[in-house]
Design a protein around this ligand. Structure first.
Ligand SMILES: *Cc1c(COP(=O)(O)O)cnc(C)c1O
Length: 348
């Protein structure tokens, strides 16, 4: 039987339980433009849909583009909140510097994501049944032929409702260490959410999936010893009650979930070490998990490297993984106290 959630102030109904992490087009998006020399001005809302673009746009020809990913949650107190949106704004600014684009001021970034959620409020799922995923994009949209920064830029925000990442309970995933591919090199763009970082991961990821794994683990490109990331998520392992996560060397994307887990774990009395985490060390750990906005925390059930397979627990999340997962999700839906002031209420 299908269950339908009531949508406040709308007669229309959405089948929340059929949502997965995939695109459901919504009503309204936000867009603003500027040139390479003028300041950003607040933009406007418009119907969700295709945008005209020059065939010579910098983003189409040379990948001058960044994305962000964040969620708006309807909490148990019936408020709609973002989780640390200022961090997304700042990360996009650092990315803009790296890709030679004009950084969007934090005030415009936040105003845009708020307006976009407000305009699509009927798409925010009920508490615990998903979130409204918010996707800001910054791109060189003006025409350019030689390899150079575009003459003009577009900042665009669209939203799509997504279901809870794990349906029917959290389950541990099996991962494969990539022997042949790397995600990022020192001095490159791995530390920012540059759109061009993601297509090269699709083939290795598909290959791993065809072999029965959920995703690949990338090692560092220099020594091929140290774990960097799990697909597009950050990595943690737990050994003797201490958490270990790869240090931010410039080739790892500084995840907001990663940073929040570090702060939460320390608050709960655990030692957290940001260091080089070798594949060998991780494979001897007691628990392992990966994290990011989409899944929050995914427990890792096994890691395979060449002919070796390390198995963690019995297919269920380890105790520390479980504790951090419920604490973080609890903060996000306001069943746990917002100890660090991470929630940002969206006025409705
Ligand atoms: C976005 C992303 C993450 C996770 O970052 P969050 O801010 O926690 O969502 C991790 N790794 C990569 C490569 C990413 O693109």
């Amino acid at each position: 039987m299908k269950r339908y959630g009531r949508v406040r102030s709308m007669s229309e109904e959405v089948d929340w339980d059929s949502l997965t992490f995939s695109l459901t087009p919504t009503d309204t998006m936000y867009l603003t433009e500027t040139t390479a020399t003028e300041p950003w001005m607040p933009g406007s809302l418009r119907p969700y849909g295709a945008i005209p673009m020059s065939p010579a746009a910098g983003v189409l020809n040379y990948g001058q583009g960044l994305f962000e990913g964040m969620k708006a949650f309807r909490t148990s107190k019936d408020r709609v909140v973002f989780f640390r949106p200022e961090e997304n704004a700042r990360r996009m600014q650092r990315g803009a510097d790296r890709l030679k684009m004009p950084p969007v001021p934090e005030s415009i970034f936040i105003d845009a994501v708020e307006q976009c959620v407000q305009a699509n409020i009927k798409w925010v799922p009920p508490t615990g049944r998903g979130a409204l995923y918010v996707r800001p994009l910054l791109m060189g949209s003006g025409p350019v032929l030689g390899v150079a920064p575009a003459p003009s830029y577009t900042y665009l925000v669209y939203v799509t409702p997504v279901g809870p990442y794990f349906k029917g309970g959290v389950s541990a995933i099996d991962l494969l260490i990539s022997e042949d591919y790397h995600r990022a090199a020192p001095g490159g763009s791995g530390g920012v959410k540059a759109i061009g970082n993601y297509a090269p991961g699709m083939m290795p990821s598909k290959k791993a999936k065809a072999a029965g794994f959920a995703e690949v683990i990338y090692l560092d490109a220099e020594t091929h010893n140290y774990i960097e990331e799990v697909g597009a998520a950050n990595f943690f392992c737990v050994k003797d009650n201490t958490l270990y996560t790869p240090e931010l060397t410039g080739t790892i994307l500084p995840g907001i979930t990663r940073q929040s887990i570090i702060e939460l774990a320390r608050h709960n009395g655990y030692d957290v070490v940001e260091t080089k985490v070798s594949a060998e060390f991780a494979m001897g750990a007691d628990e392992a998990f990966c994290c990011g906005t989409a899944a929050v925390i995914s427990p890792i059930g096994s890691i395979t490297k060449g002919g070796e397979k390390a198995v963690y627990g019995d297919g269920k999340p380890g105790p520390i993984t479980e504790q951090l997962y419920s604490h973080l999700v609890g903060i996000q839906n306001e069943t746990e106290e917002d100890l660090f002031g991470w929630l940002h209420e969206i006025p409705l």
